[in-house]
Design a protein around this ligand. Structure first.
Ligand code: GLC
Length: 550
């Protein structure tokens, strides 16, 4: 694929060459002692991210939603798309954040939640009143399919809510049901309504005018449902959650979505240097690839769902390379919806000690920052954070509580540990979720002071990636180094070649390096200083990742 002229300019290629860092604003840094992170707190900690000598060195931040919200779904239930929730600050704080980020060459990506609003959004408050009026069609209203023996209305079809139960909620005032793919308090908007569309696009233009550099699109592939809304086919042997008992043929991934996305992308593309990333909702990698376009990335979940074994990672990387051939993937190991990757990998290994956690964090980071694609780091992973245990009595994620035991998102949303203080330098008050239990010994301040820390390894990797054409843009080829416990791949750009080898298990051993590119020079090991010159064989210690160049 030949890149258009604008793509040759490094400033507009950051969506491909850069590294994005996800901030969960409630949990990053609290400036006013209310126990909840906020924008001024984030501004105070920008040097951690970029612009100072000892910064991590990321290129962009994606902020999970900062809009006014009753917070039933962590801010993914929005009551005003054009403002900032007072708990996070003001629009003036956001302007200052954008300015401070740009001064440090950090781009700012906002989270757009355009599949649904909060049921307290003024549009919905009006829409639910009556079947006429300017907002009547802003949501997906349908008549009951019938009435049961007790005179109760029956839902229009069999669609399910992702959070459990029917996707339909009855509104007595309209004598109709409305659709909610998520919580009943998150009604889905009607993208076939031109007035709704116009409101959304003017909101998008407004944020671009304010200086944001792009958007993450929440569950974008659910925006359009089949116009006639037929029931979904049932699957006899459904999966582990009720949602999996149906084939979701009619409630997401509709063909007309491509035209809708094209409208959105034209608006974004009219501003040079912007990008978007779409969050794919429960669809597979082929769907992700089909929605992709230059400057418009799409998450697939293959890597995030891969277990910590060399064989699983090899298969995942092969599947992704095949699917994304000629296109550009995103790389994600953790986010605000899943258990943190170090916790998952520790469980696989059946070990929970500090040394194993650190070694895993570094080895995983090496993969994340050397694969082909744009890495999305999740706040805290750069210090090797693991999930926290949240007792049910302190659970804050209402949606997860409703899903009973199989999903707890509070665990991956702990306050960031900045210092060894009693409140981890996160707040002067009572944190909204428990602090990580190891905050006194696993925090930014301590790791900044140690060359052997997880943080130091992330910084080295980011610097290496920035200076390496093969790591940023090269082709990827898996190689067999004769040891099933070692994942190995080459990144190649012209004559420049980089080799990455990673051992997943707890028993070390020597491997044979690929002959094609001898002699190799080791440039980085996750376990400490390297001896640059290596022969034809190299020792790979337990959980060690080594980067070599020719
Ligand atoms: C996305 C968000 C998740 C939220 C859901 C509904 O999947 O990442 O946190 O619960 O959308 O908005």
């Amino acid at each position: 694929m030949t890149a258009p002229a604008a793509e040759q300019d490094p400033a507009s290629r950051w969506w491909r060459d850069g590294v994005v860092y996800q901030v969960y604003p409630r949990s990053f840094a609290d400036s006013n002692g209310d126990g909840v992170g906020d924008l001024p707190g984030l501004i105070d900690h920008l040097d951690h991210l970029a612009g100072a000598a000892d910064s991590l060195g990321v290129d962009a931040i994606w902020l999970s939603p900062i809009y006014p919200s009753p917070m039933l779904d962590g801010g993914y239930d929005v009551t005003d798309y054009t403002a900032v929730d007072p708990v996070f600050g003001t629009l003036a704080d956001l302007d200052r954040l954008i300015e401070e980020c740009h001064r440090r060459r950090i781009r700012v990506i906002l989270d757009l939640v355009m599949n649904h609003t909060s049921n307290l959004h003024p549009w919905f408050l009006q829409s639910r009143q009556s079947t006429t009026g300017p907002f009547a069609d802003f949501y997906l209203w349908r008549d009951p399919s019938g009435w049961d023996g007790d005179g109760r209305p029956e839902p229009p079809n069999n669609w399910l809510s992702w959070f459990g139960g029917s996707a339909w909620e009855w509104e007595p005032r309209r004598q109709q049901f409305y659709l909610h793919t998520f919580l009943p308090e998150q009604p889905d908007v009607n993208w076939r309504c031109t007035a709704l569309r116009a409101e959304m696009w003017s909101m998008v233009r407004g944020w671009l005018d304010r200086g944001v550099d792009g958007f993450r699109l929440d569950v974008f592939n659910a925006f359009l449902k089949a116009a006639e809304m037929p029931s979904n086919p049932e699957i006899a042997a459904g999966g582990s959650i009720p949602w999996d008992s149906q084939e979701h043929r009619y409630d997401k991934d509709q063909p007309e979505l491509h035209d809708l996305l094209a409208e959105f992308r034209r608006i974004v593309d009219s501003r040079p240097g912007t990008m978007t990333v779409g969050e794919l909702f429960t669809s597979g990698i082929d769907a992700a690839v089909a929605y992709w376009a230059p400057r418009h990335l799409v998450f697939d979940w293959v890597l995030l769902e891969t277990a910590w074994t060399a064989a699983s990672f090899r298969a995942a990387i092969a599947a992704r390379e095949a699917a994304w051939s000629g296109r550009w993937p995103a790389i994600v190991l953790s986010n605000h919806d899943r258990s943190r990757h170090v916790s998952r990998y520790l469980d696989t290994l059946g070990r929970h000690d500090r040394a194993t956690a650190d070694a895993l964090a570094k080895a995983a980071a090496t993969i994340e920052l050397t694969l082909r694609g744009t890495p999305f780091l999740y706040y805290g992973e750069e210090i090797g954070a693991t999930d926290i245990a949240v007792p049910r009595s302190r659970a804050r994620d209402r949606a997860a509580v409703r899903m009973a035991d199989w999903w707890n998102r509070d665990g991956c949303r702990a306050p960031m540990a900045w210092t060894a203080d009693a409140t981890a330098g996160f707040t002067s008050g009572r944190p909204w979720l428990p602090l990580p239990s190891d905050a006194a010994s696993r925090n930014v301040e301590q790791q900044r002071a140690s060359e052997r820390s997880v943080l130091a390894h992330y910084r080295r990797l980011l610097a290496l990636r920035r200076g390496s054409t093969p790591l940023r843009t090269g082709e990827l080829a898996l190689v067999d180094v004769g040891d099933p416990d070692v994942l190995a791949y080459l990144r190649r750009a012209g004559d420049e070649v980089t080799l990455v080898v990673v051992r997943f298990g707890l028993r070390g051993g020597e491997i044979e390096l690929p002959r094609a590119a001898w002699p190799w020079r080791a440039v980085l090991s996750s376990l400490g200083p390297v001896t640059p010159t290596v022969g034809s064989r190299v020792e790979v210690r337990p959980l060690e990742a080594i980067v070599l160049e020719r």
